[in-house]
Design a binder for this molecule. Structure first.
Ligand SMILES: *Cc1c(COP(=O)(O)O)cnc(C)c1O
Length: 378
């Protein structure tokens, strides 16, 4: 196969991300039945690596793989880790934490939806008061980087409060894992999660929860609310057989293993430096064109910029998107119900050159649509 025949697109959406050709090509392997020992061996190494990325001790922490997109992890954690007769507290300042609230609703789980404005950090005093007033809260959940806005939440502080009140702390780290360096114990995380197509820069279809073995083992006696998506059942099957309970996404796993090799080669620090550099280049390009962002700079995660639509009668996101898409660049709509926004993200196997190329195309899109530069706000 000719490597250069794969067109390189620059994805500035919040995942799936731009991948290297070597990760794409790693999927092309001889057919194998995933019940062979050879395949189970691959998954063992993969599971250990996923714990090491967040600096977890593999005796204390484990990773459990699932076949599905990232939302599956939120579903798994919430439906599996809540003991009977207790409540979930969701610290909610955005669309992804709202997803966790909806999961509680669908399973009929007692929960408190502690809401904060999408452009503000959660008020820790309100979190503590809620925990103090509701001793039946057994699980606290929040989102690390709210990918809808790009706000970075204070998980270490929220985790400390959860533990002070004897609750398990689950964090949706889907859009920070393998990008922002995370030390699972220092951040007071009991469970975090991600999907192979985000920070790992691999393919869609493989998701995983990384968390405390003792808590998973304790959860064996908790109510079983889902058959396919139960954390203990999947963990137990892995521990006994080394395999996923049901058919794994075979080729996606080969790609993830290659992506992990590339992760260790690039290195945690260098990778995060690259994402930050890309993020700075995105800001520079937006500043030059006069665009305004939604979240205060010091609260931004360094991975997602949420940009306000300019007040120009010719502004049309779809048209700008299509112009860029035709030229190999993907931009993405926002996820805030009250403000019209779009997003540019620093995920994936991209660097500052790609952002410079993007802005020359993006500027072309503004000109082609008769949008004033610099853009104006009322
Ligand atoms: C991408 C993402 C998810 C998962 O979304 P899927 O579409 O199910 O893959 C979950 N949480 C956050 C914070 C994300 O960025």
């Amino acid at each position: 196969m000719n490597k250069t025949s794969i067109k390189r697109n620059i994805l500035l959406n919040p995942g799936p991300s731009t991948t290297t050709d070597s990760v794409k090509l790693a999927q092309v392997v001889p057919d194998i039945c995933p019940r062979e020992k050879e395949f189970a061996g691959l998954m063992k190494g993969l599971r250990d690596d996923l714990v090491k990325i967040v600096h977890g001790d593999t005796d204390k922490f484990t990773s459990v793989l699932f076949c599905g997109s990232g939302t599956l992890n939120i579903d798994v954690c919430i439906n599996s880790l809540l003991p009977a007769d207790s409540k979930v507290l969701v610290v909610n300042n955005g669309a992804y934490s709202t997803r966790a609230v909806e999961i509680c609703e669908y399973y009929g789980l007692p929960h408190i939806d502690l809401r904060f404005p999408v452009d503000e950090l959660p008020d820790l005093e309100a979190v503590e008061k809620t925990l103090r007033d509701n001793p039946d809260i057994a699980l606290v959940h929040t989102t690390h980087n709210e990918t809808g806005t790009g706000i970075l939440n204070p998980i270490r502080e929220i985790g400390a409060l959860a533990h002070k009140y004897n609750a398990v702390f689950t964090v949706d780290t889907t859009s920070t894992y393998a990008m922002i360096p995370i030390d699972i114990e220092k951040e007071n995380i009991d469970f975090c999660m991600a999907s192979a197509q985000k920070g790992l820069m691999a393919m869609t279809g493989l998701s995983f929860v990384v968390g405390r073995r003792d808590i998973i083992e304790r959860s064996a006696s908790y109510p079983k609310r889902s058959y396919y998506c139960n954390l203990f059942l999947q963990y137990d099957y892995f521990e006994k057989t080394g395999e996923m309970h049901f058919t794994p996404p075979v080729q996606t796993i080969y790609a993830a293993i290659q992506a992990l090799k590339e992760y260790w080669q690039e290195g945690e620090t260098a990778k995060w430096e690259r994402h930050k550099r890309v993020f700075e280049a995105i800001h520079k390009g937006l500043d030059e064109l006069g665009f305004k962002d939604v979240i205060k700079r010091e609260w931004q995660c360094g991975l997602v910029v949420s940009v306000k639509y300019p007040d120009d009668p010719n502004w049309d996101f779809e048209k700008v998107h299509d112009y860029c898409y035709d030229r190999g660049f993907t931009i993405y709509p926002g996820k805030i119900s009250t403000t019209s926004t779009f997003r540019l993200c620093a995920l994936g196997a991209i660097d500052t050159d790609d952002i410079v190329s993007f802005f020359s195309v993006f500027k072309g899109a503004l000109k082609a649509n008769g949008i004033r530069i610099p853009v104006k706000y009322e």
